[in-house]
Write a protein that binds this ligand. Structure first.
Ligand code: ZN
Ligand code: ZN
Length: 260
């Protein structure tokens, strides 16, 4: 019988290793807004003849919050085109941008480089941060996903509401009783809340993967954008945003965020 939370983590390592994913932190450079590659608030590529996208709610130009040249990433899993996220930061009464596919106060899309040209003016409000490279890190699933990945929790609701009291890892034949184990698990096995490419989403209100409108497949994380990390913006109250992509349709992307 395992007696300490540290020993619990060692015993659980095969399960943790199975779900470990590589994610990448963006290495950003503060520079002039001249980039047409990967950047936060860089001068974006626009479709030929297209005006800078505006918010359908307030009419202001939306921020080019993120542009990624997908062929220049450290992984090829997201395709070879250009990912863009425009998002309204002009008016805090513009609501609804939290919902994937809402497209009122945001525009999340994949475009082909050959169809584009750089915008001729910079209508961003935030300073450009060009993404000059990526630093790999190991990421683990958010505690909101531990149950669906095979851990079983028991809550003892009658005695202590909302605090799990014991958990099992059936595939390893492990069972731990007491909140100290669960708190240690949550503190040590989770997804980083910082901006990152790939890895596991840091969920605030439970797992919220959108479904692809074309095929119904659960979409997966492409890029996480946290409040006030590389983008000087607060999604609600310290919320975290997620750009997701259908693993079968690389042109289907969405942006949503949640806060506590
Ligand atoms: Zn707006
Ligand atoms: Zn799909």
């Amino acid at each position: 019988m395992t007696t300490t939370p540290e020993e619990m983590l060692v015993a659980l390592e095969p399960w943790i290793a199975k779900h470990r994913r590589t994610a990448w932190f963006p290495d950003v450079l503060d520079n002039d807004a001249t980039s047409t590659g990967s950047a936060f608030s860089g001068i974006p590529l626009l479709l030929k003849g297209e005006d800078w996208p505006t918010c359908k709610s307030c009419g202001n130009p939306m921020e080019s919050m993120l542009q990624l040249d997908l062929k220049a990433l450290p992984t090829d899993r997201y395709g070879t085109d250009i990912l863009q996220l425009f998002y309204c930061v002009a008016d805090d009464t513009c609501e609804g941008g939290w919902e994937p596919f809402s497209d009122q106060t945001s525009l999340c899309r994949i475009i082909r480089a050959k169809d584009t040209q750089p915008a001729t003016t910079n209508l961003n409000r935030f300073p450009t941060k060009t993404i000059g490279g990526w630093t790999a890190m190991e990421d683990s699933p958010s505690s909101a996903e531990h149950e669906r990945l095979g851990l079983k929790f028991d809550y003892h609701f009658k005695d202590v509401p909302f605090q799990p009291m014991e958990f099992w890892c059936p595939e390893l034949g492990l069972h731990f009783v007491g909140p100290k184990f669960i708190n240690f698990l949550e503190a040590n096995v989770g997804a980083t809340h910082l901006d990152k490419l790939g890895g596991w989403p840091h969920w605030i209100q439970g797992s919220e993967y959108p479904a692809c409108p074309k095929c119904g497949t659960e979409m997966s994380l492409l890029m996480q954008i946290g409040s006030e990390d590389n983008v000087p913006f607060n999604f609600g109250d310290c919320g975290i945003g997620h750009v997701t992509q259908c693993p079968k349709h690389q042109d289907v992307v969405a942006f949503g965020w949640a806060c506590s």
